[in-house]
Design a binder for this molecule. Structure first.
Ligand SMILES: *Cc1c(COP(=O)(O)O)cnc(C)c1O
Length: 503
């Protein structure tokens, strides 16, 4: 394809995307198809001869569009807001169109330097001090994995990098709660810690936040049993209920655990003085966007005391996937684990410029910072902040309605834009009953009831909500924050919810 063919196809494509996005609310939220339908719409073998671009657009419409779950739909309240602001989409297209290769500073100075500027702008926007240096990863899963790799090497004085997994006498331990995202355990396993060395620290039964005293006890127990506490992953905005682990108090526990502050006797303080500080990774993948609002920053109080932070502009803030920011305080320590520096990548500018390949896993990188830059320039920070505040107000409004309605309850504190609910009818109709009776539902009936009403909504295509388990029982998460979701959409959802529980 030459540049002129690209120009004409590109215009048609942008029109097609704009039409799709403008009419997204006319489509069902959840893709109404069966497994393998999309696959079966394709021929089994690849094409031998080319087709016209317009024919390809028809195929796109016919084969792909039916399999789209519309997370940009204003009635999408599932998982988390996965906003793809069109301003950032333009940046993403530009990244692809420029066809740059980011394997070193030399291979595209602009990739490195725009990324540095964007990481610094975003650092300021969430109120972090200038002690932090950032890079852009694909996802928070990768960011957490990198954090736990560096934690592993800090705790073992680079022992595993040197001698491999077999070389270490004492097991290294990672601490988190069972409200942490599944990517935390995955990162710990991939980094070689092992299931046996992942501690699930108790959390508060109401706020679901990690209990600092429980963390201190787990750490003390591991230290007493010749294991090395290596890292804590604190969730600022957990996946299920947006629980907020107390970062400041956790940092205090960690300091005490390695400075000998809680132990007594000369031997134990000598032992403590040999201990490397325990790595604290703050996983704010979802809630990081909230830190654009100064009034939310109390939620990650103490974050300056952590070692690494990740958050995803590609969620609530609205930068198209994939764009996950990863900040560390000590770049040298990060590079001591991530750098390889083969001769063919060395250059005269080494030492003077940033080589992002030494900050993470991949060598080649995309021009991801362009989508952040485009979004910030074309929308402006104030409009993004106003949208986030709109969503917080919508969540507070919904929580108020739910609390005020008989039979409904909000089952977790609403710390940001996620409202977790259950419905328990006051009168139950059972098979064979002539009238509704007042005996409460059994636990099994309650489970069926929850799944029935949420599925009724989801199958209708009119809205999408995520059922999720809390304390081993189903509840329903309503995650508000799609760019297009206004108050009237939340009102419509609440009406749907009330209708859906009528048997
Ligand atoms: C979404 C989320 C993740 C995973 O994010 P990816 O970027 O998809 O890897 C991790 N942690 C939390 C708290 C999240 O909300």
């Amino acid at each position: 394809m030459d540049a002129e063919e690209f120009r004409s196809a590109g215009h048609a494509l942008i029109d097609w995307i704009a039409d799709h996005r403008a009419a997204v609310d006319e489509r069902p939220v959840l893709a109404p198809i069966d497994p393998h339908d999309v696959q079966r719409s394709f021929p089994t073998a690849p094409p031998a001869a080319p087709i016209e671009f317009n024919e390809l657009l028809d195929l796109l419409e016919g084969r792909v569009v039916p399999g789209l779950t519309e997370v940009q739909h204003p009635m999408h309240f599932g998982w988390f807001p996965s906003n793809a602001s069109l301003s950032s989409v333009l940046g993403d297209i530009t990244s692809s169109g420029l066809g740059q290769l980011g394997i070193s500073w030399e291979s595209s100075p602009a990739i490195t330097e725009v990324e540095e500027v964007m990481c610094d702008w975003l650092r300021q926007l969430v109120g972090l001090s200038d002690r932090w240096s950032g890079t852009i990863h694909d996802t928070a899963s990768t960011a957490c994995f990198v954090g736990l790799l560096v934690a592993r090497e800090r705790a073992s004085a680079l022992e595993q990098n040197r001698g491999g997994l077999q070389n270490l006498g004492k097991p290294l331990v990672v601490y988190t709660t069972d409200h942490a995202h599944s990517s935390v355990a995955k990162a710990a396993l991939l980094a070689g810690y092992g299931w046996d060395n992942i501690r699930v620290v108790d959390s508060d039964p109401v706020t679901r936040a990690m209990l600092p005293d429980a963390l201190a006890a787990e750490i003390a127990n591991d230290q007493a049993n010749d294991r090395t506490p290596a890292a804590v992953v604190a969730s600022v905005g957990s996946t299920g209920t947006t629980a907020i682990d107390p970062v400041d108090e956790i940092a205090t526990v960690l300091e005490a655990a390695t400075s000998g502050g809680t132990s007594s006797g000369e031997a134990s303080s000598r032992e403590a003085s040999r201990r490397a500080p325990i790595w604290l990774h703050v996983d704010a993948a979802m809630a990081g966007s909230a830190m654009l609002l100064p009034e939310c920053r109390h939620l990650w109080k103490g974050v300056e005391r952590s070692d690494s932070i990740s958050w995803n502009p590609h969620k609530w803030m609205g930068t198209i996937l994939d764009c996950s920011l990863f900040y560390v305080r000590d770049v040298d320590e990060l590079q001591s684990v991530m750098s390889t520096n083969p001769s063919y990548l060395q250059s005269v500018n080494d030492g003077e410029v940033t080589q992002y390949r030494d900050w993470g896993i991949p060598l080649g990188r995309r021009f991801r910072s362009l989508k952040l830059w485009f979004q910030l320039e074309l929308e402006g920070v104030e409009a993004i902040q106003a949208r986030l505040r709109r969503d917080l107000a919508n969540a507070a409004w919904l929580a108020e309605q739910v609390e005020a309605e008989d039979g409904w309850e909000v089952v977790a504190p609403v710390s940001l834009q996620t409202v977790c609910v259950r419905h328990r009818p006051t009168h139950v109709t059972r098979a064979g009953d002539t009238a509704a009776d007042d005996t409460p539902m059994t636990a099994a009936e309650a489970e069926d009831h929850t799944l029935r009403w949420v599925r009724a909504i989801n199958d209708s295509g009119r809205a999408y909500l995520t059922p999720s388990k809390l304390d081993d029982a189903w509840m329903v998460r309503i995650s508000i924050g799609v760019e297009a979701t206004e108050r009237h959409h939340v009102e419509a959802l609440w009406n749907l919810m009330k209708e859906s529980v009528i048997e």
